[in-house]
Design a protein around this ligand. Structure first.
Ligand SMILES: [Zn+2]
Length: 644
């Protein structure tokens, strides 16, 4: 029921109104915007008389289901002014679909604005318009739903018949548009690429590394890809596509309307998933692909936001790639990580604790120098391996035997655990049979199954390791592999960083001082394990503890032995200095150091700096009133100078 007199214009001279023209997509053979406007003018000429009205047109493109379209909001604002006499549309769905259209009409009516849907027909100036409007909108919604359902049904059928080959990823050739799966072929060139790709991932490479490799090899990104360079995200997406094992999936995702009408992509219920076998398109054995996916899932699990938000799995993990030894080198005093940007200087690293006044190890080290010194030390170690003494070789042979025994024991343990989990699974399944589908039991079944899967993977890996080699590699073999690895990789490349993270453990910066005082100098202590290089993951084996100096040795240290020897044979300081080509004072310093070492009874001129009072003399920040030493929780390194 309307209280307004729609026969007179609000401004007293001319009727003013808005025409809404919408088309849903570019290629729809609907009337164009201009055609719609002409259609409205025809109706308005008939109703109000030519030249008796002003028409403003709001035209836009988009889906009528989207409620927050800027144009719709603009329309609402205009109507809300109450200045307009009418809103006209070809039908109400031009304005907005669903029941919102009715609400819109009601609000307009309350402001005395007439809403007309010519085709529906709805006209709010006619009593009882609500019935027509509600009916129209319901009809409209039902029509959309029906259409969606029909399209989905047809597509499902066609998918089952091997049709609907959508855009194919890299490595597949679709001979012509509309080709079926039968006609699609593998690109023979992609075989080698996918092989390298997957073996990189199996060797713990990141997606980004694979992407960089693909780019460096100029591998094309695929015909339907809009990007011409590979990215980590693309690599991940393609890796997870089961077509690589010869399966095509459909209906993994579906679209749902959010409250504001915008579509949202959600996981479809698993029963809607359609699977089609396309073995001729497989690049990998299904087992291998499944194993890789489980491995990747497992690897990424720790980076996911955990359900119970207690521990942030992202804590301490770099957001961007950090050059080695970033995210690896630690402070030997407090256990915290060494971070880039020590003392505000580029290329230097320092203890993260020292930065916030919780650690007294306030030295900074040059990242490039650490990388260089450590790498060359490892190279030296590796080259010296075959000449190791008899004891070491015997020990190595012993460990080889022990390693086999340990592997067998591990296999036995896995078998036992597998049997246990399988027993548990059977019990849960039996319980399911009795209780019907209980969600908690279902949950347990699921977790049991995934545990079994992981154990089986581990067993496979072990068997694979055992099967590949009867024994651990010989010394020559280790030397050859290590030498090649450490000589050929550039220190800056990521692969090198990943390698170092796998072979270097206990990687610490420790503060040292010469026995007779002087600056506090960093020494790098690390444990290198060569086992992973030769395909054995046992960390106890082939392990060496190393310690290297970063600072250039002072002269008193370099000539220490010579000076001591010559002075002890009765030569004068002046003569010693001349013979060695150094200053007389330096001979004096060397002798002072020697005497101090004798007093302390030490053979190594470097003495660890062990506490903050010692450090406070050299590091200003330790004297700051906010300073409070707090080692990382649970950090108790045997390499901590205190323990020496
Ligand atoms: Zn520290």
């Amino acid at each position: 029921m309307s209280f307004y007199d729609y026969t007179k214009p609000k401004n007293g001279t001319k009727f003013e109104g808005i025409g809404v023209a919408r088309i849903s997509g570019e290629n729809q053979d609907e009337k164009s915007w201009e055609d719609q406007e002409a259609f409205y003018r025809e109706w308005l000429d008939r109703t109000y008389g030519r030249d008796n009205y002003e028409l403003r047109v709001i035209a836009y493109q988009g889906s009528g289901q989207i409620l927050d379209h800027t144009e719709f909001l603009e329309l609402c604002d205009l109507v809300a002014t109450g200045d307009y006499d009418f809103v006209i549309a070809e039908d109400l769905s031009r304005i907005i679909r669903r029941l919102q259209a009715v609400i819109f009409c009601e609000e307009a009516e309350a402001l005395g604005t007439r809403v007309v849907g010519i085709g529906d027909p709805v006209d709010t100036s006619i009593e009882g318009w609500e019935y027509a409007a509600v009916f129209t909108s319901l009809k409209n919604k039902a029509f959309c739903k029906d259409t969606a359902r029909r399209i989905r049904r047809t597509l499902r059928n066609r998918f089952a018949n091997g049709e609907i080959v959508m855009c194919l990823q890299y490595g597949y050739i679709k001979p012509h548009p509309g080709a079926s799966d039968e006609e699609v072929q593998k690109d023979p060139e992609a075989d080698a690429v996918y092989e390298k790709w997957v073996s990189m991932l199996e060797d713990d490479a990141t997606y980004a590394e694979v992407a960089r490799w693909l780019n460096s090899e100029n591998v094309p990104t695929g015909k339907y890809c809009t990007e011409d360079k590979w990215t980590g995200a693309m690599v991940k997406r393609l890796t997870y596509n089961p077509i690589l094992k010869g399966e095509r999936h459909r209906n993994k995702k579906k679209v749902r309307r959010k409250q504001n009408g915008r579509p949202e992509c959600i996981n479809a219920p698993p029963e809607e998933l359609l699977v089609r076998q396309v073995p001729h398109l497989a690049f990998f054995e299904p087992d291998r692909w499944d194993r890789l996916i489980r491995k990747l899932d497992e690897r990424n699990k720790k980076y996911q936001r955990s359900k119970e938000r207690k521990n942030d799995p992202r804590a301490g993990v770099a957001r961007k790639r950090t050059r080695w030894p970033g995210q690896h080198l630690r402070c030997g005093v407090c256990g915290r990580i060494f971070v880039h940007g020590g003392h505000g200087r580029k290329g230097r690293m320092m203890c993260n604790g020292a930065r916030v006044y919780t650690c007294w190890n306030a030295m900074s080290v040059d990242a490039a120098q650490v990388a260089e010194v450590v790498t060359s030390d490892i190279r030296e170690l590796v080259r010296g391996l075959p000449s190791f003494d008899v004891h070491w070789v015997t020990e190595y042979e012993n460990q080889r035997a022990q390693f086999r025994a340990a592997q067998d024991a591990e296999l036995g343990r896995i078998e036992k655990e597998l049997a246990k989990e399988k027993g548990a699974l059977e019990n849960f399944l039996a319980a399911l049979g009795e209780l019907g589908s209980s969600p908690s039991v279902l949950q347990k079944v699921k977790s049991c199954e995934s545990k079994i899967q992981l154990l089986e993977d581990r067993r496979y890996q072990l068997e694979q390791d055992c099967g590949q080699r009867e024994e651990l590699p010989s010394l020559e073999e280790i030397t050859a592999v290590s030498d090649e690895t450490f000589s050929n990789l550039a220190v800056e490349c990521e692969e090198f960083g990943r390698l170092m993270k796998s072979v270097v453990t206990e990687f610490f910066v420790l503060p040292y001082q010469l026995a007779n005082g002087g600056h506090v100098q960093p020494r790098i202590a690390f444990r290198i394990c060569l086992a992973p290089l030769v395909g054995s993951s046992d960390m106890e084996l082939l392990q060496f503890d190393r310690i290297v100096d970063l600072a250039k040795k002072p002269k008193r240290l370099r000539f220490l032995n010579d000076v001591v020897r010559m002075v002890n044979t009765g030569e004068k300081h002046v003569d010693v200095a001349e013979k060695l080509g150094i200053f007389k004072t330096e001979v004096g310093y060397a002798m002072a150091l020697h005497r101090r070492m004798q007093e302390l009874g030490v053979a190594d001129p470097w003495i660890p700096v062990v506490d903050e009072s010692q450090a406070a003399r050299y590091f200003k920040r330790v004297r700051n009133s906010v300073f409070k030493f707090e080692p990382l929780e649970g950090f108790e390194s045997t390499r901590h100078p205190r323990a020496e």
